[in-house]
Design a protein around this ligand. Structure first.
Ligand code: 7PJ
Length: 291
């Protein structure tokens, strides 16, 4: 039933609503903002800044107060060439933050590929499991099916250590879409309801600038699957290539990318600059541009 290479799509263009993740329900009447909190020594844009627990909490609370709908906590760097991190280390970095922020009422996402971290995060109150591996690790589907947390399924070609060496596709949009639909079906078969699933093309994960731009232009092909679409373009290398600026000077580029993504139907934007993105989306919403 599942292992089909041409998955059945629901092509009516109606995104499944509301989106349910743990204790939180989002009606998706407007795009959501997910603020990024990296608690790693080596993430490409804010690596090392929030290793200290108090500064991590302060940054998360600031993003929440600035209007972030979700806080995405990552304890393993996934930048190109990054080395894996041990599970106990990832747990120590992430779980206390999940506990504290969830108890304060924040919708917390945990950026992890490890089923052990997923289980611990869900037990600590996480609303969403954000997996760049789309729950392909053995035991990951079961870990998520056991609770009520939402799942974000992201496409990646290869793995972080080698993914940017020579990405290649015959048809990047169709391949990414088909992979995500197959993974979403696997989630549903494992007992994760459709209303808990978000898909993500994985900008920059085994993709050239041309691939990323093709996916952004054709984001509608993902939207028509019916699953809400998350777009993560904030500060990424492709934007740096376009504007010729280092990672700390990509705010304007990131805002333009976020607006382009929501204009194409993205439901959640994953960003570092929450306050500025929330402002940009307020104007976009006020102008009635929501498709
Ligand atoms: C993404 C992510 C993304 C999802 C990262 C960075 C690199 N999770 N985790 N989508 N990117 N779902 O912070 O730019 O695009 S790590």
């Amino acid at each position: 039933m599942l292992a089909t290479s041409t998955p059945r799509l629901f092509l009516d263009g109606n995104v499944t609503r509301p989106f349910r993740c743990g204790a939180h329900t989002f009606d998706l009447a407007r795009p959501l903002v997910m603020g990024v909190l990296n608690v790693t020594p080596d993430s490409f844009s804010d690596g090392g800044r929030f290793l200290d627990r108090q500064s991590a909490l302060a940054h998360a609370r600031r993003m929440r107060d600035d209007g972030a709908d979700l806080i995405d906590i990552g304890g393993e760097s996934t930048r190109p060439g990054a080395l894996p991190v041990l599970e106990h280390e990832e747990l120590e970095r992430v779980i206390p933050l999940v506990e504290t922020l969830s108890a304060e009422g924040a919708a917390v996402a945990v950026d992890t590929r490890k089923p052990g971290v997923m289980r611990a995060a869900i037990a600590a109150g996480a609303a969403l499991v954000n997996d760049i591996g789309a729950l392909t690790a053995p035991g990951a589907l079961e870990a998520c099916a056991a609770g009520t947390a939402g799942v974000c399924l992201m496409h990646m070609q290869g793995d972080p250590q080698t993914m940017q060496d020579s990405p290649g596709y015959a048809d990047v949009v169709a391949e990414v879409r088909d992979f995500l639909v197959v993974r979403a079906r696997a989630c549903e078969a494992a007992g994760i309801g459709r209303e808990r699933i978000v898909i993500d093309p994985g900008f920059g994960f085994g993709k050239t600038l041309a691939h990323n731009l093709a996916l952004l232009r054709s984001l509608g092909a993902l939207v028509t699957t019916g699953y809400p679409v998350l777009a993560g373009l904030s500060r990424k290398a492709s934007l740096g290539t376009i504007v010729g600026r280092p990672v700390g000077e990509r705010l304007a580029a990131s805002l333009a990318a976020a607006l382009a993504a929501v204009q194409r139907g993205a439901t959640i934007v994953r960003v570092h600059d929450v306050r500025e993105t929330v402002d940009a989306l307020k104007v976009w919403n006020a102008a009635g541009l929501n498709p």
